[in-house]
Design a protein around this ligand. Structure first.
Ligand code: ADP
Ligand code: MG
Length: 255
């Protein structure tokens, strides 16, 4: 049995206002889930809570990751346990290249397991980067860029997908923050998820664009509305949303 991320009856407030109102969702290794829903429905709030952002107050419910209480874990512990959250490191660090950064991230994971380890060797790291970048059809020169400095939306996504490829998480959460997302960025994310997909990767792809799901073909599709998952189904649910939009969801919920 692989790892699972189990979200149970999760209630979250932002500045005393209830935003998530009882979310239930289980993502297992090997499964790709899409979380859709209109703007403002709470999708990014869910991602941010899973990331451990302090702005969000969990008022009820639980999140269990691979048998552990996720909400009690620090952000770096979550990462070392095998949860990958996009935008975990959204900062640009002057003078730190993407390669440097990825090496630091790998070494942090290695040293958490084996405190005496010196980390990955230069040779092994080069080999790993080459293998991962080739697998994603990325130019090797990209790894020499300074992290997030002047990155386009597509390049930020590319860095994120590379980070995911290198860290090999059990479960990955990818939030397509709805603003400023261009076609290039969408394509990078979908191709990356398709390439990395396999029995060891569970993914929650958060998007309000139906289009991305034409590439990714999720195993499960969920619709969030006003802080709850109001509809779940297979890939055909995404097609239904593409044709009919979210109005029927609204009508169904509000009667
Ligand atoms: P989605 O990602 O589905 O578009 P969000 O989770 O971003 O939705 O937002 C859900 C609701 O929570 C919105 O009404 C938004 O204004 C509010 N919200 C989210 N984050 C914050 C925050 N940091 N401060 C204040 N309000 C927030
Ligand atoms: Mg959002």
């Amino acid at each position: 049995m692989g790892a699972a991320l189990e979200i149970r009856n999760l209630h979250v407030n932002v500045e005393d206002k209830p935003i998530l109102r009882g979310v239930d969702l289980i993502i297992r290794q090997g499964e790709v889930h899409a979380l859709m829903g209109p703007n403002g429905s709470g999708k990014s709030t869910l991602a941010n809570v899973l990331m451990g952002s302090p702005t969000y107050e969990v008022t009820a419910g639980q999140v269990i990751f691979d048998g552990q209480d996720l909400l009690e874990m620090e952000a770096d512990e979550r990462s070392r346990a095998g949860l990958f959250l996009a935008f975990q490191y959204p900062i640009s660090i002057p003078g730190v290249t993407l390669a440097n950064f990825l090496r630091l991230a790998i070494n942090a994971h290695i040293k958490a397991e084996k405190p005496d380890s010196k980390g990955i060797s230069v040779g092994d790291f080069r080999k790993l980067m080459k293998e991962k970048m080739d697998g994603l059809h990325m130019e090797h020169s990209f790894a020499g860029r300074y992290l997030n400095e002047g990155f386009s939306g597509g390049e930020k996504k590319r860095a994120e997908i590379l980070q995911m490829a290198v860290l090999e998480p059990k479960i990955a959460i990818l939030d397509e923050t709805d603003s400023g997302l261009d076609i290039d960025a969408l394509r990078v994310v979908s191709e990356g998820v398709v390439k990395l997909r396999g029995p060891n990767l569970g993914a929650l792809v958060i998007t309000h664009y139906q289009r991305i799901l034409n590439y990714i073909k999720p195993d499960y599709v969920h619709v969030m509305y006003q802080g709850q998952i109001v509809e779940s189904g297979g890939p055909d649910l995404a097609l239904q949303l593409e044709e009919a939009g979210y109005d029927w969801i609204r009508e169904k919920v509000e009667g």
